[in-house]
Design a protein around this ligand. Structure first.
Ligand SMILES: Cc1cc2nc3c(=O)[nH]c(=O)nc-3n(C[C@H](O)[C@H](O)[C@H](O)COP(=O)(O)O)c2cc1C
Length: 213
């Protein structure tokens, strides 16, 4: 009797690592990140950001909004009143984690963050954000604050419509860009024919190395 087909995410179906040198692997990893900002169905479109807190650690998903391979930066957006912003102000070092089950590829980025709210960097990103994206910054209650009933994250009158460009400007005061300087990137590719783990360090000096998985 033939075995039932394995799901696409099964390690046996994972592609073999498409590159053989550290430099090619590094370029391929950055290409994957870039694809996360350009291709709506890319598994690298979202990531987990893990932060330090006074009490321990915290983590949540965010959308990858920008990638600069040459300078080793990535960006994401958040509400400036969110808990993660307070955590990053107190502890700017954090980790970004990506997982592509199709390719069986994990990317782990050690980052140092910088918050942009009232400067030209935040202005530039805000200008490029569509009203559908701006809607998320129109919440009157502070994110994470207790509510007497379910609250959708935007004013009631916008339940089934988008704000006008003019209405969306009210969200600018709540908009924050988190700039992430990548200090190191680690990739892990899972395969039954052998896992591949490598580290690309950028700070304090550039180094790349294979690691035992
Ligand atoms: C797929 C997905 C994408 C998300 N993208 C973002 C994002 O880009 N920015 C953001 O602030 N929150 C995003 N969230 C919500 C966060 O995961 C989190 O619930 C929220 O920001 C509050 O986090 P905090 O209290 O730790 O600040 C996303 C959640 C999911 C499930």
């Amino acid at each position: 009797m033939s075995e039932s087909p394995k799901p696409a995410s099964h390690p046996e179906n994972a592609t073999t690592l498409p590159v053989s040198t550290l430099s090619d692997l590094e370029r391929s990893n950055w290409d994957q990140l870039l694809a996360g900002t350009e291709q709506p169905d890319s598994p690298f479109k979202t990531m987990t950001i893990a932060t330090c807190t006074q009490r321990g650690a915290d983590a949540r998903m965010v959308v990858l909004r920008g990638v600069d391979e040459a300078r080793k930066y990535v960006w994401f957006y958040t509400d400036s009143r969110a808990e993660k912003v307070l955590q990053l102000e107190a502890f700017p070092m954090a980790t970004l984690l990506f997982w592509d089950s199709g390719q069986q590829l994990q990317l782990r980025l050690s980052i140092e963050t910088r918050l942009h709210t009232d400067d030209y960097i935040a202005d530039e990103h805000w200008k490029k954000l569509a009203v559908s994206g701006r809607k998320a910054y129109l919440s009157e209650p502070v994110p994470g604050s207790e509510q007497p009933q379910p609250y959708p994250g935007f004013p009631e009158q916008l339940a089934d419509k988008l704000p006008s460009a003019e209405e969306s400007e009210a969200g600018r005061k709540n908009f924050a860009v988190i700039e992430c300087r990548v200090l190191a990137m680690e990739s892990l590719h899972l395969s039954r024919s052998g896992h591949t783990r490598a580290c690309f360090q950028y700070e304090p000096e550039s180094r790349m190395m294979w690691l035992a998985p």
